[in-house]
Design a protein around this ligand. Structure first.
Ligand code: NAX
Ligand code: ADP
Ligand code: K
Length: 467
């Protein structure tokens, strides 16, 4: 569980935000007191009287741990503190000096029911030392409840990469803002439940966790065209386009047309069919001025006709959602293709498709931002840690959706949902954030062992929760 609509800051952004707070007259000790108090509050809540072992590292994360230990001890909790090194001069050292309770060395420490991890936070720069990692993992394993201060020690703050963090942490108390490490890669599975403590550090990075969207009920005078017309283009595997088209309908588009040449007797009668057999047919169809957004790619195929369809869609100055095979066809030339477009474009790659299109170093947030800047498109980089990035640098992350989504066709549903939000919501990250939220919520409602078709019937319920 990740707090929704919460700011996300890298280690450097967090340091800059802290500096601004210091510049406003708040001392480092005061900020550390606030952080430690937030930790003590959560630990007391979960410890319910059980003995507590607190690990304090050499930096400010350890400083927070010393404060929490002092406050918990003063409240009458049974606390033993383990210091893993002398704190650096400054606030952490002063907090250590104020600790007067029992202290143990790391290697002599006996497991206790409640463990607080204050070894390292945003200052982790290299993997945990092997010996430390082994002792830490053992203490975690033998504890009944484990809380990590700010980040699990052994998770890279900016990428979520594994630097030796153990499994079994129950709660991570993020201080001031979420960090990418709570949301991405290994961090997502190692943090347990993430809680966010406001310690009075204003953080404005344009990067947030996905929040529940606000969706407008159709107005009194709304009609099918005013609510938006989505055209979904069929290809070699027509089931994918059908899923996208039905998702666009359920997601609130006023009119959905499925354009292709495959016979289909099933599906909702409200879905309009339009015969399209060639790129020329497609160009003619897309010239229809009622069309507000186009979905191309789900089940498109990668043959010459598919490529001709892609060219036809690119030539039309209308909002375009590109998914699946369309992305593979763009491949490494994605940026060059997208240079030719003036109308807004959304790309919804999974990691395989993303890697075929973009090279790049850094966290999933950084690589997705770079891809958005290079293509001038909004990118929904899917997965357990879905990252949405706009060319202007806005980021939204939805981490921890139902892992049952890892089944064929769920991405096609997302593409259709996105188009429905595009015709209702307009530009940039907003429609993508709404679509990703609705998709995750529909999956939650569909429950275990879902198939992509099952998402469709839960979309209206998800929409109703956003009105
Ligand atoms: N500046 C402040 O007053 C505040 C700091 N905060 C806390 O401060 C933390 C960041 O503090 P720091 O920047 O001191 O960083 P850390 O406490 O995360 O650790 C930094 C120290 O650990 C060393 N180190 C890094 N990786 C190591 C490894 N694998 N093995 C051994 N040593 C390693 C570094 O060289 C450095 O000396 C945050 O996560 C948060 O807990 C927050 O409480 C907000 C207030
Ligand atoms: N382990 C997972 N946890 C959460 N969501 C996942 C997971 N695996 C996949 N998803 C989501 O399921 C969808 C799968 O999309 P995609 O890979 O394009 O499938 P398809 O092409 O078969 O429709 C995406 O929205 C993705 O974010
Ligand atoms: K920690």
């Amino acid at each position: 569980m990740i707090p929704s609509g919460a700011p996300i800051a890298t280690a450097a952004q967090m340091r800059a935000a802290e500096e601004a707070v210091f510049a406003s007259g708040v001392s480092q000790d005061e900020l550390m007191e606030r952080a430690g108090a937030a930790v003590a509050r959560e630990v007391a809540r979960f410890a319910v009287g059980r003995p507590i072992l607190i690990l304090a590292g050499p930096g400010n994360n350890g400083g927070d741990a010393y404060v929490a230990a002092r406050l918990l001890h003063a409240e009458g909790h049974d606390v033993i503190l383990v210091a893993t090194g002398a704190p650096a001069p400054g606030a952490a050292e002063r907090m250590q000096a104020l600790w007067q309770g029992p202290t143990s060395s790391l290697y002599a420490a006996r497991p206790r029911p409640v463990l607080v991890d204050g070894l390292f936070g945003t200052g982790m720069t290299r993997p945990l030392d092997r010996g430390l990692a082994a002792v830490f993992a053992d203490l975690v394993k033998q504890a009944e409840f484990v809380l990590s201060i700010d980040l699990p020690s052994g998770i890279d703050t900016d990428s979520g990469a594994d630097l030796g963090a153990p499994r079994g942490i129950d709660v991570t108390l993020a201080l001031g803002a979420l960090k990418p490490g709570h949301l991405l890669d290994c961090g997502l599975e190692r943090c347990g439940r993430v809680l966010l403590a406001d310690i009075g550090i204003p953080v404005e990075t344009g990067r947030r966790s996905v929040a529940r969207p606000q969706i407008e009920t159709p107005g009194v005078h709304s009609h099918k065209y005013s609510r938006g017309l989505v055209a979904v283009i069929e290809g070699a595997m027509p089931g994918a386009a059908r899923l996208a088209a039905q998702a666009a309908m359920a997601g609130g588009a006023g009119y959905v047309v499925l354009a292709g040449d495959r016979p289909w007797s099933g599906g909702p009668d409200a879905l309009v069919r339009r015969e399209v057999r060639s790129a020329e047919d497609l160009t003619e169809f897309l010239g229809w001025d009622r069309i507000d957004a186009v979905v191309l790619g789900p089940g498109l195929g990668r043959d010459r006709r598919a490529e001709a369809y892609l060219r036809a869609a690119f030539a039309v100055p209308k909002p375009l959602v590109l998914d699946g095979d369309a992305l593979t066809l763009l491949g490494g030339d994605a940026a060059a293709w997208l240079e030719t477009r003036a109308a807004p474009t959304w790309l919804t790659p999974h990691s395989g498709e993303f890697d075929r299109m973009f090279a790049g170093q850094g966290s999933k947030i950084e690589t997705t931002l770079a891809a958005a800047a290079a293509t001038r498109a909004t990118i929904v980089h899917k997965g357990a840690d879905t990252v949405i990035a706009s060319p202007k640098g806005a980021v939204r992350v939805l981490a921890g959706a139902s892992p049952w989504l890892s089944t064929a066709g769920t991405g096609d549903v997302l593409a259709g949902l996105l188009a429905a939000q595009v015709v209702q919501e307009g530009k940039g990250v907003a429609p993508a954030e709404a679509a990703v939220w609705l998709h995750a919520r529909a999956a939650q409602l569909a429950g275990p062992a879902l198939i992509a078709d099952a998402l469709l019937m839960h979309i209206p319920q998800a929409v109703s929760e956003c009105l």
